[in-house]
Design a binder for this molecule. Structure first.
Ligand code: UDX
Length: 448
């Protein structure tokens, strides 16, 4: 099938590459000429396992093209994906200006019927707004061309985006039209083998499904972080508690890992957006507000540990930081816990000596060159002469470190483990002090 994808960010690029990989003919349109040019040469703007090879192979096979020419894109596919960004505006609501601009672009250029698919995470009611925007432009043009608007949210995880897209848990299709459903089934047939993954529902339910899924996961994390903070005060070990409750299949083991807070492009933004949607519809979302508040507080925890350990004397201290990205296998720094820590340390007059396998360029891009940020070539180099070690992201290469070397390299023998990667007793057996999240080691957290 011929498919057009507007927006070659994370979602659009992965979706386009995967669709072309099963034989669809995909044209990607973006306003960023530099990004388009680089992609034509096989240069991928993000780090995502498997993506580069997939893009290159499909570009070579002629099934995947990149262009800034919107008219070309609109005329290419009956199916038009909207996968542009929905950044939060000042009050945390999702800003729809890019989505609606694409809708108008499609309407201005279309000469035949189109199925317009919202792939971006958009608030409930957006499909209606897209519909109205397209209808308005068509009316201005004096044309009555048939079109449908479908909600088809993505559920991909960064770091596993290609695999998630190739083997989705579910494919949500929000439409009231049987004709459109049939076309969508044809589009996704290669991903719907062996067992049924397609769930068809009305548009508004599909739009809410996306938010409900992310907010549920964020809730699980904030709940566990709250339990961890409680465990700390009660002298219990949250890792034992996690195993104890995860064994109940109604609770399950996934997404109950306590840590230094969730980040990334989805959870913080989507929880905030659903809070705003609820408030704008006359409902007070008590749980969602707390999920957000607990997460904000959790991100201040690593600094609180350090401040506690050094008794408020952080000025002039050099802190080794392992892991900068919001989670492993990505270079994404959006809402990463490391940023809250670094910014608090700088404010307290401390400096940071950091290593991350992928996110150092991104860190440099965000913070520029500054005297209190040293980006080091290896995890060992980040330790040298530092006062303490903090682990912010659970990259594999941090999982079995040389504790002897850590002890020798640090001025003060302390490891602060923001992702509960190490057993406290093991670390302590090397003569190091250990702080994990909810593992019986105390910290004076700011009261809320
Ligand atoms: C998430 C959803 O998982 C995905 O389905 C949706 O489409 C987009 O948002 P992503 O943001 O890529 O994906 O990352 P994810 O792996 O879900 O992790 C999000 C954050 O939660 C990370 O900061 C991670 O460290 C944190 N997390 C996750 C925990 O703190 N504890 C957990 O148990 C799980």
């Amino acid at each position: 099938m011929k498919v057009t994808v507007f927006g070659i960010g994370y979602v659009g690029l992965v979706q386009a590459a995967v669709l072309s990989g099963v034989g669809h003919n995909v044209v990607c349109v973006d306003v960023n000429a530099d990004r388009v040019e680089k992609l034509k040469q096989g240069i991928i703007p993000i780090y995502e396992p498997g993506l580069e090879n997939l893009v290159k192979a499909n570009v070579e096979a002629g099934r995947l093209q990149f262009t800034t020419d919107a008219a070309l894109g609109v005329n290419h596919g009956q199916i038009q994906f909207i996968a542009v960004g929905t950044p939060p505006d000042e009050d945390g609501s999702a800003d729809l200006k890019y989505v609606l601009e694409v809708a108008r672009t499609v309407a201005r250029n279309m000469a035949a019927p189109k199925i317009i698919i919202n792939k971006s995470t958009v608030p409930v009611g957006t499909a209606d707004k897209v519909k109205a925007a397209v209808a308005e432009v068509l009316a201005e043009r004096g044309e009555a061309i048939e079109f449908d608007v479908v909600s088809n949210p993505e559920f991909l995880k960064e770091g596993a985006a290609v695999a998630d897209c190739q083997r989705p848990d579910r494919i949500i299709i929000g439409t009231d039209s049987e004709k459109v459903e049939a076309r969508m089934r044809e589009l996704y047939a290669p991903f719907n083998r062996n067992h049924e993954r397609i769930i068809v529902m009305d548009v508004r339910s599909a739009e809410l499904t996306k938010y409900a899924a992310n907010c549920m996961l964020a809730t699980k994390i904030s709940f566990m972080n709250e339990m961890a903070n409680l465990a700390e005060r009660l002298g219990a070990d949250i890792e034992k508690v996690r195993q104890g409750i995860g064994s109940d299949p109604r609770i399950g083991y996934s997404f109950i890992y306590p840590g230094c807070g969730y980040g990334g492009s989805c959870f913080p933004k989507d929880v905030q957006a659903l809070v705003r949607t609820a408030e704008n519809n006359g409902y007070v979302p008590e749980i969602l507000r707390s999920v957000e508040a607990v997460n904000h507080r959790q991100k201040t925890k690593l600094f609180a540990f350090l401040n506690d350990y050094f008794e408020g004397q952080l000025a002039g201290k050099k802190i080794a930081l392992w892991g900068l990205s919001f989670k492993p296998n990505t270079d994404d720094m959006r809402d990463a816990s490391s940023r809250v820590l670094m910014e608090s340390l700088w404010q307290a007059g401390a400096s940071v000596q950091a290593f991350d396998p992928e996110a150092m360029n991104e860190t440099q891009r965000i913070y520029g060159s500054r005297d209190d940020l040293m980006l080091m070539g290896t995890k060992e180099a980040a330790l040298r002469g530092a006062d303490a070690l903090v682990v912010c992201t659970e990259w594999n290469i941090f999982k079995a470190p040389d504790f002897e070397l850590i002890k020798e390299s640090l001025q003060c023998p302390v490891v602060i483990d923001g992702r509960n990667q190490y057993e406290p007793e093991l670390v302590e057996s090397y003569g190091l002090a250990y702080y994990g999240i909810g593992r019986g080691r105390s910290v004076k957290l700011p009261q809320v």
